[in-house]
Design a protein around this ligand. Sequence first.
Ligand SMILES: Nc1ncnc2c1ncn2[C@@H]1O[C@H](COP(=O)(O)OP(=O)(O)O)[C@@H](O)[C@H]1O
Ligand SMILES: [Mg+2]
Length: 514
Amino acid sequence: MVRYGQRREGFAERALSDALALVAERLDPQPSPWENDPVGWVNTVLREYVWSKQTEILESVRDHRYTAVKSCHDAGKSFIASRAAAWWIDAHPPQSAFVVSTAPTWPQVQAILWREIARAHSRGGLQGKVTLDCVWRLGSKQHGEIVGYGRKPADYNPDAFQGIHQKYVLVLIDEANGVPANLWDAVDTIVTNTYCRVLAIGNPDNPSSHFASVCKANSGWNVIRIDGFQTPNFTDEWVPEYLRDLLLSKEWVEERALRWGKNSPLYTSKVRGEFPIFSDDSLVPPAWLYDAVGRKIPGRTGREPGVMGLDIARTGQDRSVCYRQRGGYVSEVFKTGTGDLVELSEAMKEAMRGKPGLRAVGDEAGVGAGVIDIMQHDGFDIFGYNGGRTPRDTERFLNARSEDFWYLRERFQEGTISLPDDEDLINQLLQLKWRMNGRNKIEVETKDDYRKRTRAGSPDEADALMMAFIGEEMPMIRPEEHESVDSALTRSQLEPDGLNYGQSDPFNVLEVVW
Ligand SMILES: Nc1ncnc2c1ncn2[C@@H]1O[C@H](COP(=O)(O)OP(=O)(O)O)[C@@H](O)[C@H]1O
Ligand SMILES: [Mg+2]
């Protein structure tokens, strides 16, 4: 009995002292040796190397409440944000730290940042579990306490942050340029004490974004810029060979200089890590353009047959580009460097086959006419476009190309166009210029002028896009055709609502006329 009682007492004592230790730890936790040394933590716990700018970022998160990093492509931004998250949870006392992350789209949250967080978690053998739904829980059970999660902006409601009461909160905003302003406001509501931190990191693409405003001087944020020319492949900074291969390369930079031009907005942002400056004469202002990327268009499903726009390469350096737009939703059909017109016609036929109601508009200037001929001969609904023709509104526009690009610009203004994240297309739309000419007519820069001015490739993507939108409104009736087209075919009957693609087809009528 005595021995039994003693054993029971021993067990009870031990349990009590364990519990007391736990309570003491909770009330006055021992600081982690890594709390002030994020770089040491990454080096020691994860056995990973960080390059100089990554060190600067980690130390800024340690020292500043607000850190904004405007950076070139492939600098290791998302990587270092994930390491900051893992250090934050591991180096603060249990249950006192929390990480919230966001990025414009779910794949950016899940496949980039949280995949990296999961890797760090497993390399460091860190506490709890990181699951595929971007949640970090303590304990192994489904219901363990949550210490971090990632969501895209649309999944945060205004109260999403209300339940976070930890002392140490770290908010990560990856691809910060595309995160809407209301989410930044919500972030401010949780970053309330001196121990909380925000790290916003991204390409400085859009100077009218909220990210751009926090990157300005005197914004209260510690701003770090990573110019591509400061990254290890461009300097004599030593980094392990495997890391060199993962970071921005000379080939990538040289290729973009040729394709976009060194003064282009995208080169400025993705190579130089700086916000581009736009003048008022950009065809599509950046605020309209970036809003269109991935947009949902109210009332449009994107299931209509739609129109394809085909820009046909004129020189060996150009590519032929084809986009399809359906109710304003744009997707890439192909981009090809082939100079062979028969091959190109085949690719185009293949793309159009089996899609009733689909029509196409192709550039017929120069060699393009051959492709249009071949396709029309084989019965495809393709229309030859020539931007040099007379515009419908001869008072306002110099030529058809200027008018049709202006019409495209208006879709951006109205919000009735949704673009894929196509860097070449975005760069061209931002770089194309317009002006009022001497006779007070709107003139959009020609392909040749664009090429000479930017010293970049020709704006093939932008032209293909413009043509895809031409076909939707059937605006091919230009004044000089009015006499030849049946008088019943007035513009008002050609508005989309009045069109009946299946029966009398104004497109085909016009095809004969042109
Ligand atoms: N210090 C590092 N150690 C190991 N891999 C790294 C490091 N920094 C970046 N990487 C890897 O380099 C690649 C590019 O980094 P990422 O963070 O995606 O760049 P960014 O977000 O700047 O475009 C990724 O595969 C990432 O895992
Ligand atoms: Mg990234």
